[in-house]
Write a protein that binds this ligand. Structure first.
Ligand SMILES: [Zn+2]
Ligand SMILES: [Zn+2]
Length: 408
C-alpha cells in the first residue's frame, strides 16, 4: 500500500518534471523518496531529483543526491548504476567549474561502468568531457570528445545530444573566431531545437541558439539576418509563455548562483542575460553584463570564455562609439591568443586573430582551412589524387614517427 502511494508520487513527479514544473516535481519526488523501499526505485527517483536540481542550477544538491545514488548502487552491486551515479557527479562538477574533478569522474564512469561505446551514457560522458576541456582551454581534447559525442548522437538518433554538441562546437569555433563554421553549427543546433515541442525540457535551447546566431550574423555584417534572429528569439519567448519572463528568471537564477557561490553557473546565467540584452538591443546593459561575465571568466581562469567575452565587448564598444575602449579589448584578445599558443601547424600563424575558417585534423590539432592544401601529398600515377596527405605538422614535430593520417 505504502509503496503504491510512493509510486504515485513518483509518477506525478515525472509528469510535473516533463511540464517543467520543477519545484512541484521536487516535492513529489521527495515524498516518493521517503516512502520507497526497493533500492531500484530509490535509485530512479534520485536520478530524477538530480535532473531537477540540474535544471534549477542547484549543483551542490545534485552532488548530494548522486552520492546517495552511489551508496544505493553499491548495495545493489551494480556497476552500471554506479557509473550513472558517477556521471551525475561529473556533470555537477562540470557546472561548478571544477573541470579537473569532473574529468576524473568521467574517466571513472568509463572504467567502472564500461558502458558500450554507442550508448547514451557514453555519449553524454563524452559531451561532459568536451565541455570540461573547453573550460580548461584544451582545444584539442575538446574537439576530440565533441567528435566522439556527435558520432554517438548520430547513431543513436539522440536529438538532444546532437543539439548540445552542435552548441558546444558553435561556442568553440566562435572562440577560435571561425564565425562561418560557428554559425553553421549553431544553425544545425537551431534546426534540431526547433523540433522540440514547447514543453520539451530542451525547448529553451531554441532561444539561446537564435540569439547566438544573431550575434554572429551581426559580427559577419549580416545585420538584416541578425535582426531577424532577434525577432525570432522574441517570438519564441512569447510562444513559450513562461519564457516571456526569461529576464527576471535569469535574475533569480543569478541570485541563487551568487548565494551558493557557483561561479560557472553565474557565468552561464550572465551570458544568457547578456545575449538577452543584446537581443533586446539594449547595448548599454549588454556591456554591463559582459563586463561581469569577464570578471567571472577571469576568476575561473577560463581563457576561451575570456576570449569570447573580450571580442563581444570589442564589438559592443564599437557600436557604442567608444573606439578607444574597443581597442583595449582587442589588445586583450591578442594577448590571450598568444597565451593559448594556438598556432596553425602549417603556416605557424596564430589561430583566432582574424575571422577565418579553421579545421581540426584527425588528430584534433587545428589548422587553417586555407592551409589544408599544403598537406596533400603529391600523388603518384597509381593512387587517386587527394587520397593521402602529409601527417599533421604539429604531431610530426612532437614525435619522431611519421603517422600518416588518412583523409576522413
Ligand atoms: Zn595556417
Ligand atoms: Zn596533430
Amino acid at each position: 500500500m505504502g509503496q503504491r502511494i510512493a509510486r504515485r508520487h513518483a509518477d506525478r513527479g515525472v509528469t510535473l518534471y516533463n511540464h517543467q514544473d520543477y519545484i512541484n516535481a521536487l516535492i513529489e519526488f521527495e515524498n516518493a523518496y521517503k516512502r520507497l523501499s526497493k533500492n531500484e526505485d530509490v535509485f530512479a527517483v534520485l536520478n530524477y531529483m538530480c535532473l531537477v536540481y540540474m535544471e534549477l542550477g542547484r549543483y551542490h544538491d545534485v552532488l548530494f543526491c548522486a552520492k546517495k545514488q552511489s551508496m544505493v548502487s553499491e548495495q545493489l552491486q551494480s556497476c552500471v548504476l554506479q557509473a550513472e551515479a558517477t556521471f551525475n557527479m561529473a556533470r555537477a562538477y562540470e557546472r561548478l567549474g571544477e573541470y579537473r574533478t569532473s574529468i576524473a569522474l568521467c574517466n571513472r564512469c568509463f572504467n567502472t561502468g564500461n558502458p558500450p561505446d554507442i550508448s547514451p551514457l557514453a555519449g553524454y560522458t563524452h559531451l561532459c568531457l568536451g565541455n570540461n576541456y573547453f573550460g580548461l582551454s584544451d582545444v584539442k581534447n575538446c574537439f576530440k570528445h565533441y567528435d566522439i559525442t556527435s558520432h554517438v548522437a548520430r547513431i543513436l538518433c539522440d536529438a538532444v545530444l546532437e543539439c548540445r554538441v552542435y552548441m558546444g562546437l558553435g561556442q568553440m569555433f566562435m572562440a577560435l573566431q571561425d564565425n562561418v563554421t560557428s554559425l553553421q553549427n549553431y544553425v544545425r543546433a537551431s534546426e534540431i531545437a526547433r523540433q522540440f515541442t514547447k514543453d520539451h525540457p530542451c525547448a529553451k535551447y531554441q532561444r539561446r541558439v537564435s540569439v547566438e546566431i544573431a550575434v554572429i550574423c551581426s559580427r559577419l555584417g549580416r545585420l538584416g539576418e541578425a535582426l531577424e534572429m532577434c525577432e525570432e528569439a522574441m517570438k519564441q519567448a512569447i510562444a513559450h509563455g513562461d519564457r516571456l519572463r526569461a529576464y527576471p528568471r535569469y535574475q533569480s537564477a543569478y541570485a541563487i548562483a551568487v548565494e551558493t557561490g557557483d561561479r560557472k553557473c553565474q557565468l552561464d546565467v550572465l551570458s544568457g542575460m547578456a545575449l538577452c540584452a543584446f537581443g533586446a538591443q539594449d547595448l548599454e546593459q549588454a556591456v554591463e553584463i559582459n563586463e561581469k561575465v569577464l570578471t567571472l571568466s577571469k576568476e575561473l581562469e577560463s581563457k576561451l570564455d575570456m576570449l569570447t567575452c573580450h571580442r563581444r565587448l570589442c564589438d559592443l564598444y564599437l557600436y557604442l562609439d567608444s573606439p578607444e575602449v574597443s581597442c583595449v579589448h582587442g589588445f586583450h584578445v591578442r594577448q590571450l591568443l598568444r597565451d593559448l599558443q594556438l598556432y596553425c601547424g602549417v603556416c605557424a600563424e596564430i589561430i583566432g586573430e582574424k575571422d577565418e575558417k579553421v579545421r581540426p585534423l584527425p588528430c584534433y590539432h587545428i589548422i587553417h582551412e586555407r592551409c589544408l592544401v599544403h598537406l596533400y601529398r603529391p600523388t603518384s600515377s597509381t593512387s587517386l589524387p587527394m587520397q593521402r596527405r602529409r601527417p599533421c605538422p604539429t604531431c610530426r614535430h612532437r614525435m619522431s614517427m611519421n603517422p600518416v593520417s588518412d583523409i576522413e
